[in-house]
Design a protein around this ligand. Sequence first.
Ligand SMILES: N[C@@H](CCC(=O)N[C@@H](CS)C(=O)NCC(=O)O)C(=O)O
Length: 218
Amino acid sequence: MGEEVKLFGVWGSPFSKRVEMALKLKGVEYDFFDEDLQNKSELLLKYNPVHKKIPVLVHKGKPIAESAIILEYIDETWEGFALLPKDPYQRATARFWARFVEEKCMPAMFKCSVGTEDREKAVEEAYETLKLLENELKGKKFFGGEEIGFVDIVADFIGGYWLRDFQEVVGMELLTKEKLPKLCEWSDEFVNHAVIKEVLPPRDKLIAFFRTRFGSKP
Ligand SMILES: N[C@@H](CCC(=O)N[C@@H](CS)C(=O)NCC(=O)O)C(=O)O
């Protein structure tokens, strides 16, 4: 029977990919259920009746929602690769930056998909948040040091191809070597990481999705 791990997600969602990255890093096997968000399954609505969103992890029949919370659950449930550091201060620091990504960077980046007049301002605001993230990386390979961990995974939209391809499609310059060199280096490490590489969505499919959704360049 095994562990009975099910993940309700969407193939290209950075939120459900966070969960897949964590499961793969831990070496946990799972069944993936690709949801159609225009026509959500009965099971998704049953497992996440509050937000009705993916991802939902179902472990031994018990559902857990919200990707960052799922990551912590995975870290506490399975031994092996540690997503969060053991030291309480370092754990708190990792949670701080993960929340910063969630609450400041992600909304600022999503705002960049608006029309041109507002876009310049939105890109500037997003840049200010990413600059703080860049400073936090300092001389480190990943946010936690030499190994990939919690903050890197929560920041997958930035580190993975999502942001690079999104900015290409909407025609903005945000994550560039000139503007954010350390974040670019980190992003290269991230996409080339042996486990992450396997989990990232097919790039051509992602670009096609962004084109359909945001592609009408004014
Ligand atoms: N805070 C949530 C965000 C998840 C999220 O935004 N999921 C989107 C897809 S990427 C969703 O399910 N949207 C469906 C809806 O809003 O109806 C998390 O971290 O899990």
